[in-house]
Write a protein that binds this ligand. Structure first.
Ligand code: NAP
Length: 503
């Protein structure tokens, strides 16, 4: 029999989202909570992605909590180890580290309507624990389940094989023949590092990405000192970066032609980085810039142009025990295969494990509607469940930490509202959910993600964009500033009758 622990709030995931939720609940005096984390540390994607060259492509001043500025970033775009250290430090300094239960996996979650609790079964090795929680805050991260390519024979490969997000540091790539499958954000950081040490590198490109220069800056000691001691300086830097980034929004959401300067920069990046005209042609995308995530690198193209690298654009036919064979019949022998093929994004993996009030799983609901939530945070049939980074909250231009803080503000206000009015449950009304999502999908139509002529992880199998937010981030923040209880069905703690507020 699993041990049961009653808590007010259960948070799943200790990445940027879960840690932020924990800190802010604690600040509100909501001390009865537990964070469960399946990994062996906090940090989420920044704990998992340890591949060589891993770094953020959003400036550090913005890619950090507004309430915990860090004057010590070494670079304008932080490397992964610094970001991981930052999350660890913030969790420690804000006193939530000991509320995080590591190495604990959420196996299943079920809403118990009798008890008005989420019953969340977890396991840690052979130990199982069920949490009975009033509210359930779900922040597993949209980029946490690695996706392996479905390529004939890949399971028969006899050399070393690993996903970019599960880097095997025991494998020394020096002098090896290495293949990298994929040319997304992860791959373009990995390729220059591998090219430096491998005897030969094959990069398998299915679709060329748009890559603009990485205007990186190393902060001097003087700058760090100024960030630490000059009042308001770091906040001003953050604000300037924030608004600079918001200026990109119309190019993504209204008129892709506005992205022409970025396209010119990307084309110049190709000319600068690659001498061979044939290779230049191969890496030049044929779709609108912004349709897939815009990547930043100064080192990717020179690495492709290096003598020990081959960019392979023929389709992969199969993998054998020691090679990759493309559809033109060419076989390339390799020692190590790195799959940088992305993550399960639109098929939100956690949804398969969550059963709501009506007895069906969230995945079943999403099978009908596509992954969708009200304000990216709450879902009808799933009372008192709040996503951090839920459907349609992703960004192509700015910091997800800004989105996380906006959602956490909404969740805090929901909890305050529930306490104040003694509500036992809140659940978004279907009409509010439908109106929100109809508006979202209408706004998706003119975006470059819909009309830019590419396939991307932003779109689900039906071609619906269920991942991105199609407006400015300040609009998102404004819409989530206050918990709009009128859009919810609420029940009182004792009478159990569903009462519609402002029906
Ligand atoms: P991704 O953007 O989904 O890229 C996956 C790559 O693998 C694509 O080039 C894709 O080609 C290719 N691919 C997938 N399946 C394939 C198959 N069966 N055969 C051949 N190629 C295949 O994944 P990611 O690079 O890991 O990045 C995911 C997201 O993580 C990014 O968009 C970004 O949001 C985030 N990220 C950020 C950073 C950063 O901040 N610097 C770094 C890494 C990741 P197609 O394009 O043809 O689908």
């Amino acid at each position: 029999m699993a041990k049961e622990i009653e808590v007010d709030h259960l948070i799943v995931g200790a990445g940027f989202g879960g840690v932020c939720a924990a800190i802010k609940l604690d600040e509100d005096g909501e001390r009865d909570f537990v964070v469960i984390e399946r990994g062996n540390d906090v940090g989420g994607t920044w704990r998992d992605n340890t591949y060589p060259g891993a770094a953020c492509d959003v400036p550090s001043q913005l890619y950090s909590y507004s309430f915990a500025p860090n004057p010590d970033w070494s670079m304008s775009f932080s490397p992964q180890p610094e970001i991981l250290d930052y999350i660890r430090r913030v969790a420690e300094e804000y006193g939530v580290r000991d509320r995080i239960v590591l190495n604990t996996t959420m196996d299943a979650a079920r809403w118990d309507d009798e008890r008005q609790r989420w019953l969340v079964s977890t396991s840690s090795g052979r130990r199982t624990t069920t949490y009975a929680a009033k509210t359930f805050i779900v922040g597993p991260g949209p980029l946490s389940e690695p996706k392996l390519p479905d390529i004939d024979g890949i399971e028969d490969f006899q050399g070393e094989i690993f996903h970019s997000a599960r880097w095997n540091h025991d494998v020394d790539l020096t002098g090896k023949r290495v293949a990298v499958i994929g040319t997304g954000a992860s791959a373009i950081q990995i390729v220059p590092e591998v090219q430096k040490v491998a005897s030969h590198l094959d990069v398998y490109q299915r679709t060329a990405p748009w890559v603009i220069p990485r205007n990186e800056h190393r902060y001097s000691s003087l700058e760090k000192l100024a960030f630490r001691h000059v009042p308001g300086l770091q906040r001003a830097a953050r604000t300037a970066i924030y608004w600079g980034r918001e200026l990109y929004v119309p190019a993504f959401t209204k008129n892709p032609k506005l992205a022409l300067p970025a396209k010119m920069m990307a084309l110049q990046n190709i000319r600068k980085g690659i001498k061979d005209p044939q290779l230049r042609a191969k890496v030049t995308p044929t779709y609108e810039i912004g349709c897939k995530r815009i990547l930043i690198s100064n080192r990717y193209y020179p690495a492709l142009d290096a003598d020990n690298t081959e960019l392979v654009t023929d389709k992969i036919a199969k993998v054998t025990g020691s090679s990759i064979v493309t559809t033109d019949g060419t076989e390339r022998e390799i020692d190590v295969l790195i799959v940088a093929t992305g993550f399960y994004t639109t098929d939100i993996p956690v949804a398969h494990h969550v059963i709501g009030r009506t007895g069906r799983s969230m995945a079943d609901r999403f099978a009908q509607t596509g992954a969708a939530a009200y304000k990216g945070t709450t879902v009808p049939e799933f009372p008192n469940l709040f996503f951090v980074i839920g459907p349609n909250t992703g960004l192509g231009h700015s910091s997800m930490v800004f989105i996380i803080e906006s959602q956490v503000q909404y969740i805090r206000d929901a909890i305050r509202t529930m306490r104040h009015h003694r509500y036992a449950t809140v659940e978004p009304r279907e009409d509010a959910f439908e109106a929100w999502n109809a508006d979202l999908q209408e706004r998706m139509k003119p975006t470059v993600w819909s009309s830019g002529g590419c396939a991307s992880w932003y779109l689900d199998e039906q071609g619906r964009n269920t991942t991105l937010w199609p407006r400015t981030t300040f609009v998102f923040r404004g819409l989530l500033h206050t918990f709009d209880v009128a859009k919810y069905v609420v029940t009182g703690a004792s009478e159990r009758l569903h009462e519609e507020v402002n029906a």
